[in-house]
Design a protein. Structure first.
Length: 319
């Protein structure tokens, strides 16, 4: 445990058990939640990139069960090398998402950098007793995922010019969608554990949940929502390096039944930008929660598996 955390009891989530965001208790009723993320463009349209970066950074706040309050923009951009209107559009995309989230941008920082990067530091608040951690899933719980996977394969396909306009628009919509509505609906249910699916892919983040809770997970690959055409793109070899690295890192932590083919194994490890929430809920609440998610516009949410006491920190995937 880092020394500073050992000495104080107000750090509710820090580096000892890393989670989607850090949390410090300010009072018995209020804890501050903080997270930061930035990356290079994942789509060509600057406005959409700003939206995606904002939705992605805000997502870690939602994954903790918190409400976002304030935002700081992180900008790396060279106005001498690139048209400044591109930066204006990136910031406009982010501002629109921050507004949609009900948060306020109160500052930021910019540096001159030939390779553009953009992201946000977000501060949110949560009741100290209502924090959703990665750990806490209990045997018998059902796993709910709120957005489709296949995003890394799609953004790699964009870079290779392999997607049609409507396919670019579809994956952009998925990435730019806030996890706000999903989190809001979930708050009326007993969420035992929650995280968001990002760079380590669905199975990487599911593994983190299983390790943090010392439980096993069973995932039914047929129930996992996947962007259309992902299978075809992956079969054509369009797979990001990070996705292959995820699959290698996870190899010993996963058991696949024979009917899950190689391509599906890769898709389940595909690195995601601004993915959905992955939550563990009591079995009796899973279907009511799913139905309420669907009624509230979280149309692609699915129950994808369950939590078991066998094989802690290990995932079995059937197909
Ligand atoms: N450079 C760093 N210094 C200190 N802590 C870090 C650093 N980079 C990451 N972390 C911590 O490691 C943990 C995992 O971070 P990571 O960025 O992989 O996932 P995340 O915060 O859930 O973000 P996202 O969901 O966007 O991927 C978090 O607790 C984060 O604060
Ligand atoms: Mg996260």
């Amino acid at each position: 445990m880092p020394r500073e955390e050992e000495e104080r009891d107000d750090i509710l989530v820090g580096l000892t058990e890393p989670d989607d965001a850090g949390v410090i208790r300010l009072s018995d009723e209020c804890a501050l939640v903080q997270t930061v993320d930035f990356f290079t463009p994942v789509v060509d349209d600057p406005y959409a990139f700003g939206q995606i970066a904002a939705a992605n950074s805000l997502s870690d706040i939602y994954a903790m069960g918190a409400e976002p309050l304030t935002v700081l923009n992180l900008v790396a951009f060279s106005v001498n090398k690139l048209d400044p209107s591109l930066l204006v559009d990136i910031l406009r995309g982010a501002a629109d998402k921050v507004k949609e989230a009900g948060a306020v941008t109160i500052g930021g920082h910019s540096i001159d950098d030939p390779e553009p990067k953009f992201g946000l530091a977000v501060t949110g608040q949560v009741h100290p007793d209502r924090i959703w951690r990665k750990g806490g899933a209990r045997p018998g719980d059902r796993l709910i995922l709120t957005k489709p996977v296949g995003v890394g394969i799609h953004t790699t396909a964009i870079k290779r010019g392999a997607l049609r306009d409507e396919e670019i628009e579809r994956v952009t919509r998925v990435m730019a969608a806030l996890n706000r509505d999903a989190a809001r609906v979930m708050r009326s249910y007993e969420i035992h554990a929650c995280t968001d699916v990002t760079g380590f892919g669905l199975l990487g983040h599911a593994y983190e949940m299983s390790r943090a809770g010392q439980v096993g997970l069973e995932i039914d690959a047929r129930e996992v929502p996947v962007l259309p055409r992902t299978d075809e793109l992956a079969r054509a070899g369009i797979v990001p390096g990070g996705t292959r690295a995820n699959a290698r890192w996870l190899a010993d932590r996963l058991s696949f039944s024979e009917d899950v083919d190689e391509v599906m194994r890769i898709i389940l490890c595909d690195a995601v930008t601004s993915g959905g929430l992955l939550a563990a809920v009591p079995e009796a609440q899973a279907v009511p929660l799913l139905e309420e998610l669907h009624r509230n516009g979280v149309a692609e949410a699915r129950i994808i598996g369950r939590v078991v006491s066998d094989h802690p920190a290990h995932i079995r995937i059937t197909g």
